[in-house]
Write a protein that binds this ligand. Structure first.
Ligand code: NAP
Length: 242
């Protein structure tokens, strides 16, 4: 297995994932929605420093037509994707009854439907090869639910259930499907918290700190190279929080 597609790779967890796989000589397709220049610079950096092929592909993973184009590009350039990492996501904090229908749909489509769209595109090549890995970056809120994050919790809960179901469907084709349920990871997604809120949260986490994007990347990489018997799992990475 030598090719990896990572969604939401311009910063945070996705960028750390891309760096980890690039440093281990995997060819990459990296995606994000808005930060096209950053993504292109990152691809160039990986190509120059890690001597791999890295294709930047900016666009919206909640749009099934874009996802189909992205995989077509991946097939033309790399011959298919061996490892898919569904990482792109957006959060929303607020009272559920004040959320608009459009925002609900955006949260569900970006965090959950995108995972279906990407898996649907990736699976035929993996099934044909009788080999493949799918890793979904999920959240502890998908397991426990979070007050004022109902849509996000529902989407990540959906990702977890989808992961378990797909693992059963694809195991006979030797494709492993797992999810990482992250706790609080130090990225821009949590930049909305004040330093007081951050300190209060850190006190709640038994490890006493946020996790790092690099720690998520380490775990994802170990899943990518693990025994084929490890599948259908929602693996918590939360410093003992949940
Ligand atoms: P982040 O720093 O906000 O980065 C999000 C990434 O997703 C960016 O690259 C962004 O691209 C991309 N993105 C957003 N919407 C997209 C779309 N519609 N199509 C394509 N790309 C899109 O977030 P992060 O903390 O690294 O989060 C990564 C994943 O981990 C998410 O699924 C998140 O739910 C999950 N997670 C994070 C935490 C945490 O504490 N940070 C906890 C649990 C789970 P642009 O740069 O173009 O906007």
């Amino acid at each position: 297995m030598s090719t990896v597609l990572i969604t939401g790779a311009s910063r945070g967890i996705g960028k750390a994932l891309a760096k980890k796989f690039a440093q281990n000589s995997y060819d990459l397709v990296i995606n994000c929605i808005r930060s096209k220049d950053t993504l292109e610079a990152l691809a160039l950096e990986f190509e120059n420093t890690c001597h791999i092929t890295c294709i930047p592909c900016a666009g919206d993973v909640s749009d099934p037509l874009f996802v189909a184009e992205m995989f077509q590009k991946a097939r033309e350039a790399l011959g298919g994707i061996d490892i898919l990492i569904n990482n792109a996501g957006i959060a929303d904090i607020g009272l559920f009854h004040e959320m608009s229908i459009e925002r609900w749909q955006q949260i569900i489509n970006t965090n959950l439907s995108s995972v279906f769209y990407c898996c649907r595109q990736a699976a035929p090549h993996m099934i044909q090869n009788k080999s493949g890995r799918i890793i979904n970056i999920s959240s502890v809120w998908g397991v426990t639910g979070a007050s004022c994050e109902a849509a996000y919790s529902a989407a990540k809960g959906g990702v977890n259930a989808f992961t378990r179901a797909l693992a059963k469907e694809l195991a006979p084709s030797n494709i492993q499907v797992n999810a990482i349920a992250c706790g609080a990871i130090d990225t821009q997604m949590n930049a909305c918290f004040s330093s007081e809120e951050r300190a209060a949260l850190e006190e709640e986490i038994p490890c006493g700190r946020y996790g790092t994007p690099e720690e998520v990347a380490e775990l994802a990489f170990s899943l990518a190279v693990s025994s084929s018997y490890l599948t259908g799992q929602i693996i918590g990475l939360d410093g003992g929080w949940i």
